[in-house]
Design a protein around this ligand. Structure first.
Ligand code: PRP
Ligand code: ADE
Length: 175
């Protein structure tokens, strides 16, 4: 089962980046190409029946599987980046996450009005990051049609913050 394999591969790093945080380090997954292919396939499998025009991934760990997922679904990939990295005109959102604050942005012409966007990230913690990403997508007149994560930290209740946008929330391994 993919959840067992993910959990046995991910490494817990205690007190990173701050005391009290148990950081889920997914870099060991990247050393296992067969697991990477399986993860991408299983992410796509969960999304069957959901209308998706675009996959949007969030810098940086959302860029590890997001483009491969978009290619498997045969749709474009849109990068949502940390502030100051995108070269063209952008819209921005600031937010709090499990261990800090950040600002993300997207090119103002990245999406067409009415496009159905799947947001992908490696991990759902408090939900602050993907709520900010959802606001960016809506600012551009597009629609959030689903959320896809490899890992969800259910004890932080991020899912509750996403449900007002869509109840189509998927993950492969939860804690
Ligand atoms: C991590 C993770 C998610 C976010 C989840 O990103 O990749 O994007 O935190 O936390 P939240 O649900 O509490 O918002 P981080 O900002 O650490 O950046 P990185 O991907 O560049 O490591
Ligand atoms: N992003 C937010 N919380 C995290 C955690 N506990 N591990 C890895 N990435 C995270």
């Amino acid at each position: 089962m993919i959840e067992t394999k993910i959990k046995s591969t991910v490494r817990d790093v205690i007190d990173f980046p701050k005391p009290g945080i148990v950081f889920k380090d997914i870099t060991p997954i990247l050393k296992d190409p067969a697991l990477c292919i399986n993860i991408t396939r299983e992410l796509a499998e969960q999304l069957k029946g959901i209308e998706i025009d675009v996959v949007a991934g969030i810098e940086s760990r959302g860029f590890l599987f997001g483009p491969a997922l978009a290619q498997l679904l045969n749709v474009p990939f849109v990068p949502i980046r940390k502030v100051g990295k995108l070269p063209y005109k952008t819209v921005q959102q600031s937010y709090d996450l499990e261990y800090g604050k950040a600002t993300i942005e997207v090119h103002e012409d990245a999406l067409l009005k009415g496009q159905k966007v799947l947001i992908h990230d490696d991990l759902l913690a408090t939900g602050g990051t993907v709520v900010a990403a959802s606001k960016l997508i809506m600012q551009l007149g597009a629609e959030v049609t689903g959320y896809s994560f490899i890992i969800a930290l259910d004890f932080l209740k991020g899912r509750l913050r996403l449900e007002p946008y869509t109840k189509q929330i998927f993950s492969l391994a939860s804690y």
